[in-house]
Every structure is written in C-alpha cells, then in structure tokens.
Design a protein around this ligand. Structure first.
Ligand code: PEP
Ligand code: MG
Length: 895
C-alpha cells in the first residue's frame, strides 16, 4: 500500500529558546545548526540570552527542494516564534510606539565564519523608527539603527550595489567635515536614511519594504539563499562540508551595544586561540554593534588588563572600563567551558550595563593551541586523555612540523602588526586573490597583501603561503580564516600604505611592489623584506605528551617512506617505526648517479647493463648500510627498481652527451636507442618487476647490494637489520616466484661469501587490480604485501596519476568522488580491492604482514580505513609520520 504524502503540519521547523523555554532541548546541531543549538544550550543553563527561535536546517533543504518556497505551516510556526519573543520582551513586532527589533542570522552545523548572511535591526520602518526614538529616548540611536538596517538589507536581501550606500555615507561625513560615523547627528542620519531609501528605489525599482513581516520573510529567504552563494560553496569545498546539510536561521530579539558609553559589544575566547594559554582573550568596542568588531572598521580594545599591558595599548581594557560586567562575563566563560568541555568562542553585547550572550561555539584555534588546550584540559581533569587525543586534527599538525624563522638569521624588518596566525612564510608579494591563485598554481610561493580581507578573497588566501593585512584585529576575517586554514598571517599592520591598484605598498619610506619577496612571521607579527632562514620545529612539550598518549592507544604501526639518510633521520625524529618504502630509483636522482642509471637503461645487452650496474653497486651498498644503521634494527622495506622509463630517459643534448662520455657510445646511437625505448603509456609500460623479469641481472645486483650492506652493518653494530625486499608492480604469482628466486640466489651467494647468515623477507607491492584479486596465490610466495595505493588507484580507476589534475577538480565538485582519490583513498572502490586482497592473502598465509605505502598512508581518513580492516602498518612521508601516529590513535579509539 502506498504511504500517504506527508502533510505540511507533520513537520516541525521552528524551535524557541529563551525566557525559560527550550524547544530544542539542549540543542541538536544537525537540526538547529551550531549557533541555534548553543543559543538554546546557553538559555537552558540560565545564561542571559535574548529570546528567539531557530528555523531548522531541515527547512533549508525543503526550501531548495521546493524551488525556493516556504510552506504555509512555516508561516504559522514563525508567528508563534515572534509571539514568544514579544511575550518575553514586552514589545510588539511592528509596534509604532515601542517596536520589537530582531536579528536574522545564519547558522550551519559547523561554523563558516563570514560566509553567510546576517541582517540586524529588522523591524524598523518610517513609523517604528519614531517609536524607537521615543522609547529609547535617543533619536540619534534610532536613526543610526534604521540607516544601518537599510544598508544591510539592501546589500544582503535586495542584493543592490553596496558601494553606492558606502559612498552616500562618506559624502554625508565629508559634507560636515567629519571623520567618524559617530560624529553624525540625528538630523544627519535622518537625511542619510532618505538618501538610502532613494537609492533603494532607484536600484530596485520599488520603495524600501515598510511591512515588517515582508522584511522578515525577505531576510529569512536571503539567509537560506546565502547557503548556495559562491563563497559559501568554495568554503564548503575547502572544509569538506556537504551541501546537503543546509543552514538554519536564527531570529532573535535585538540587543544594542551602541546605546551609549555603558553599552559595548565584543568577542572573546575562553583561552588564547593562538597559543592555547589559559587566559581569557578577546576584544570589545564601547558603543558599537557586533559587526563593527568583526569587520575591523574600528580598532578594538583589549578585554583584560594583562593583555592591554602586554601590548602596550593605551585604551582601557574591559576589565578596567566595565569591571562589574567583566566579572560577570568571566564567570560565564568558566561556566561555558565546564558545560561544553572545550574552549569557547563567544560573542556578547552589553546594553546599558546589562550583559547579553549572543553566541558560543567551540573556538577555532591554531594547531599549537589545540595541542596545549587538549593536554591542559586532560591534566585539569575536564576531559579524558582519550578525548584529548580526539581533540587535535591530525592534518593540522602540519602547521607545527614545518620550520619557523631561525632566530639567529639576519632579517630586515620593515613593519610590525598583530601575530594573527603562527608560522613563517616567504613569497612574492601579490595584491589580489586571483593573482595569488594563478601564481600559486604555477608553483610560485606568494604572500597575499590586502588592506583587509573579505570572504571573496578566500581562494587567494588558500593559495597563498601567508597573508598580510593593513587593517583588522585578531578576530578579523583574515585572522580567523587564516588560523582555520593554517596559513601564517600578520594582520592590522597600520603602517602599510597599500595601493592595491598600483600593486604596491609603502612603509617607512620604502616601497614594495608586486613580485618582491616578503617574509612574515605569524608568531611575532613581523614583516620582513627578502627571504629569511628557518629552523626545524620543537617536538617536545605538549606535542611530545600528546604523541605519547596517542602511541599508547594505537594499534597500527607507523613507518616512513624514505630513501635518503636525511629522510630516515627526520622520520625517526618524528617517531617512525621503520621504513615502509625505500624507492631505490629515487636514490639515483642526483646528478652523479643518474648517468649510470641512464647507461643501464640504454644498454643494448646484459654486458652493457652489468657494466653500468657495477658502477651503481658500491653506491647503493653504502646508502643501504647507512639507512640500516640509522634505523637500528627497525624493519626496512627496500623496493627493487621501478622506474617508469619516461622519468629516467635522457631528453636534452647535454644529458645524451654525458651518457656518451661515460660509455663511449656515440650520441646518435644513444638517441636511436632512446627512441626505440619510447613508450606511449610509460606508467603501464616496461617498469616494475617487468624490468626484473626481462633483465634479471638488475634485481640480482640490487639484491646483492642489500645483503652485502645488511651483513656489513650486522657485523659492525651487532644490530642485525631484517631487510624486507619488495618487488613492485606484480600482477601474477609467477612474476613474484621468478623474482624471489633471483633474490634468494643473491642472498645465498652473499651469505656464502661472508660467512654471515641473516633473516630477510621477500614480499610484494599490491598495486594492480589483478594482484589484489589473485592475492591468495601471490601470498604463497610473498611473505608480505604493501599496498601501493598510488598505482592501485590509477589502475583501478583507469585515471592517470600524472594527468588527473585536469579533470578531477570537476569530478569532486560534481560529487563523483567525495575527495581527490589520489589524496584520500576511494574506500568504496579501491578500498574493496584492498580488503579483498588482505582477506585472500591472510587465508593463504595467516601471519602475512600487511601495510600501505601509497600517499594515502599519511591521510587520516585512509588511515581509519587501514585500522578498520586490520592492516599492520601505514607508511607515510617523514613529515606526515606524526599525523599518521595521531590519526592511527584516533582510529583505534573509534567505537
Ligand atoms: C604506489 O604506487 O602507491 C607506490 C607507493 O609506488 P610509486 O608511487 O613509487 O609508484
Ligand atoms: Mg607504484
């Protein structure tokens, strides 16, 4: 029997909060959005929250499904919501004597700072503005609120050209010779409102809406509409937020921070979001509305006395200017931290001495702060160690693992601003986001220089190595977004005179133009000309503590992909428990050796190849020995040669000449040979074990180098290495069988010659779909499998790993793959092949060692999958080893 269609009234979309009412019951973020859920949460623990209601995210989805229409039932529910606010405030919406004004704000499940729309002071019109003037006893305030409302509404809801409104405001000030908005009188503002209304009518073709209900529905529609704005889409893509989540809309009684000197508005963090230090941290502005703080139009004052003194600022801190409200606020901070058990980012308003809480959410923080806060909170007993492990985003550790400025390096400091997001970065100065994106795509390091950033700059901020702004505080858009992205940022460098059109800035009598190299230090706020040397990061302290906790809970081992002694040392420093992949062909990239490799590749017969290999053997042997020594008994997987020929064949005259000189074969002959070897599809060509099958002497001599090195190190240090010799690109059992025979023979020869016998393993990469399918047979020969997910992704998807960038972006945008499958494993497809191979391999050989060594070994989501299917280890590039350790711990803790 077909089910009846849902009627409008079967769904509830409006949830009230405040005044003892809490329809959301502690707030479900998925339904109410983050802001709505926490407003409800704050109201329910008795904090002063202006009453309001939330229209759920489910309505957003339905609104889009139904082509931008609201159901009738919603209108009834919203009327109930408005009545709720009216009941508590004692004011009526649209009342000409004492009107209720509301704010209308977006609120997705996770915060998307500055990405979506907000309308304040809604409910003002030509008549209610008079009522507001009467009731507040402040005509200037009433007219200022009305002009702000028209300006915001025209921009956000009517989508008119906001430049014209800003210009009208500037002209109004200029006419009077004023500098600040606050200098304008009530009469000036009333005249400005007339000008604004005329602008609306001119551009929109209709008068500014006077019906407060029309205003409200316009604003609600605009907030839902902003979910699909370009900038919101870009933000979602960068942060992996699904478009299907939708946003909620919060409608709330207005409170005013701009009602004179006992009123204020501010933003605060319960701990320092840059360092994690346990100290209240924030900014406020007296006699201002919330948007003024975030927009960076006026320079805010510090919240605490300590912060003001440290900065050497003159303007009074809130602790000094409003001590009673500050004390109340400090109590609220503690209450919220205990309630939400995390560092909170808070917005508040003081209206004529009364504190109101407008928002709380888990605060965005730098990786350094995340670590410190997690470790401190666990030590304080607020959260468990397991929770602390879960609190740090493994990918964000990247910020900490990269170099900072060498304190001893000479530097030419040209300016100083706020240390808005830590880390050091050097690059060419660029003055707009599009150029930043273009140059970064061409492989250039750039520093994006802006007067202030806006959400339209987000793609450029992402592409840049660092961000430098002349305006804006620590909570400005630039600062918040840069911290979230892990980009170093110096903001509020007031001394920079930026001329973005001319692509230059002047500071202290000097001029910096586009393309000049700049260095910024986001930890000190310094701006330097030229590139400054860097040093390696500090790995002790909170980092060391959290890593130790993580190591205590993880099951997966973490190894590194490393082929040079330097890589191996870095890897060990970062806690690698072995080498999971030593790509021997990469050992030949340096200039002295590549000629011998080319000689080997171009040789026409075994004799020629052996001659080249004999040159390489001693070098390989000493490299292997050094790696074995550094890894001191930890497992080391050495992969035999796997050179896609196009990466190694000579191309330029000089390269041919070098090979000719080394071999005595003439250049023309070498060129003919190279032409013969040319492949149309080198990734599927004569590479991997196909090279070993056709020219066994290559693998024989490499294996000899491995065993000679291992024996030498065993005899020298007494710490016998256990080499794991790995055969690449195997598709069939027979290939591995043939190669294993070559390797075993080389081992036996070395053991006989040296009189020393060692344990070793022979295994294979699983990087072709056929190998995954036939893993049961292959495991009869190989003692271990290492999943080469770069090639496995390439071959399973039929997508060239070298050419994918051209179209994969569109694939991800279209949702065909959730993420770039070369970065984050395609778990559904490639993952199934891995799982199947692991099962079949184990069935044949229950103790088979299983690992992964493709790029995915350093990707947290892929690591979670490796944990779920019970692999033994993941192997990642050295800098990603700590990320993998933490991700493996988080995966192990997942229920
Ligand atoms: C792989 O294919 O995943 C792998 C690790 O090998 P390479 O990247 O060298 O082909
Ligand atoms: Mg491979």
């Amino acid at each position: 029997m077909a089910s009846l269609p849902k009627t409008d009234t079967s769904d509830r979309y409006v949830y009230r909060f405040g005044g003892g009412v809490s329809d959301g019951g502690q707030g479900d973020k998925n339904l109410l959005g983050g802001k709505g859920a926490n407003l409800d949460g704050m109201a329910s623990i008795g904090l002063p929250v202006p009453p309001g209601f939330t229209i759920s995210t489910a309505m957003c989805t339905r609104y889009y499904d139904e082509g931008g229409q609201f159901p009738q039932s919603l209108r009834d529910e919203v009327a109930t919501g408005i009545a709720h606010i009216e009941g508590i405030t004692g004011k009526s919406f649209g009342d000409e004597a004492d009107p209720l004004l509301v704010s209308v704000r977006s609120g997705a499940r996770t915060s998307m700072p500055g990405m979506m729309d907000t309308v304040l002071n809604l409910g003002l019109n030509d008549r209610t503005v008079e009522g507001l003037a009467q009731a507040s006893g402040d005509a200037r305030f009433a007219w200022d609120s009305y002009r702000r409302f028209i300006q915001m509404y025209a921009d956000v809801v009517l989508e008119l050209d906001h430049g014209a409104f800003e210009e009208a405001l500037e002209i109004a000030k200029e006419d009077k010779g004023f500098h600040l908005d606050t200098d304008l009188t009530s009469e000036d503002l009333e005249a400005l409102v007339d000008r604004y209304k005329a602008l609306v009518e001119q551009q929109w073709g209709k008068p500014f809406p006077q019906d407060v209900h029309d205003q409200l529905w316009g604003a609600v529609g605009a907030v839902f509409g902003s979910w699909q704005s370009e900038r919101a889409k870009v933000y979602r893509r960068l942060h992996d937020i699904p478009g299907s989540w939708g946003t909620a809309v919060n409608v709330q009684a207005m409170v005013f921070g701009n009602m004179g000197e006992t009123s204020a508005t501010g933003v605060a963090f319960t701990r320092d979001p840059s360092t994690g230090e346990r100290a209240y941290y924030g900014e406020f502005l007296i006699n201002a509305q919330g948007e003024d703080v975030v927009a960076g139009i006026r320079t805010p004052q510090y919240l605490t006395l300590a912060a003001r003194e440290r900065a050497g600022a003159k303007a009074a801190s809130m602790q000094e200017a409003m001590p009673a409200v500050y004390d109340e606020l400090a109590k609220v901070f503690d209450l919220l931290e205990t309630h939400y058990r995390d560092m909170q980012d808070i917005e508040f308003t003081v209206q004529q001495g009364k504190l109101w809480m407008l928002q709380t959410r888990a605060g965005k923080r730098t990786a350094k702060a995340a670590l410190k806060i997690a470790v401190d909170m666990a030590n304080e007993g607020l959260i468990t160690r397991e929770e602390a492990i879960g609190r740090v985003d493994p990918a964000a550790l990247d910020q900490l693992l990269h170099p900072t400025l060498d304190p001893k390096a000479p530097r030419d400091v040209i300016a100083k601003g706020l240390p808005a997001s830590p880390g050091a970065a050097s690059g060419k100065a660029v003055f707009d986001a599009d150029s930043a994106e273009r140059m970064a795509a061409a492989g250039e390091a750039v520093i994006l220089v802006r007067v202030e950033t806006s959400p339209e700059d987000i793609h450029g901020m992402h592409a840049a190595r660092g961000i430098l702004t002349a305006r804006g505080g620590m909570t400005s858009h630039a600062a918040v977004v840069a911290r979230g992205m892990g980009r170093p940022c110096v903001s509020g460098v007031g001394s920079l005179a930026i001329d973005a059109r001319a692509k230059l800035f002047r500071v202290g009598g000097r001029e910096v133009t586009a393309g000049d190299i700049l260095t910024i230090d986001g930890a000190t706020g310094e701006v330097m000309l030229g590139e400054v040397a860097t040093v390696q990061p500090e790995l002790a302290g909170d980092f060391g503590v959290l890593m130790e906790w993580a190591d205590g809970v993880r099951r997966l081992k973490v190894r590194a992909n490393a082929e040079t002694p330097l890589d191996c040392r870095t890897a060990r420093q970062f806690g690698a428990e072995g080498v999971g992949l030593c790509r021997t062909e990469h050992m030949f990239f340096d200039a002295g050796r590549i000629t011998s490799v080319r000689q080997m590749i171009l040789a026409e017969d075994e004799k020629g190849r052996r001659a080249a290999l004999e040159k390489l053997l001693p070098e390989q042997r000493s490299d292997f020995a050094e790696i074995f020594e550094i890894m001191a008994g930890l497992p080391v997987t050495i992969r035999l040669l796997d050179p896609p020929l196009h990466e190694f064949l000579p191309h330029e005259e000089g390269e041919f000449a070098e090979v000719a000189a080394a071999t005595g074969i003439d250049v023309e002959k070498l060129k003919r040979r190279a032409a013969e070897l040319h492949e149309f599809n080198p990734m599927l060509g004569h590479r991997g074990c196909r090279l070993g099958v056709t020219y066994p002497e290559i693998y024989e001599i490499q294996a000899r180098a491995i065993f000679e090195a291992a024996v030498a190190v065993a005899n020298k240090t007494g710490d016998a290495p256990i080499p794991e010799v790995m055969v690449p690109l195997v598709a069939t059992r027979r290939e591995l069988e043939l190669m294993k025979a070559v390797i075993d023979k080389a081992a036996e020869a070395v053991f006989a010659e040296t009189g020393t016998r060692l344990e070793y393993l022979v295994g294979t990469m699983i990087e072709l779909p056929r190998a995954a399918l036939k893993a049961g047979e292959i495991a009869e020969v190989g003692a271990f499998f290492s999943f080469g997910t770069n090639d496995l992704t390439q071959t399973a998807l039929g997508v060239s790993r070298d050419d994918a960038a051209r179209f994969l972006g569109v694939y991800v945008e279209q949702g065909i793959y959730a993420k770039d499958p070369f970065v984050s494993l395609d778990i559904e497809g490639v993952g199934e092949l891995i799982q199947l191979a692991a099962e079949r391999g184990r069935k044949t050989r229950p103790d088979i060692k299983l690992g992964i060594c493709g790029e995915h070994g350093g990707d947290p989501a892929s690591i979670a999958f490796c944990e779920a299917i019970g692999l033994d280890y993941v192997s990642a590039s050295p800098y990603r080893v700590p990320i993998a350790r933490l991700a493996a711990a988080q995966a192990a803790l997942k229920p």
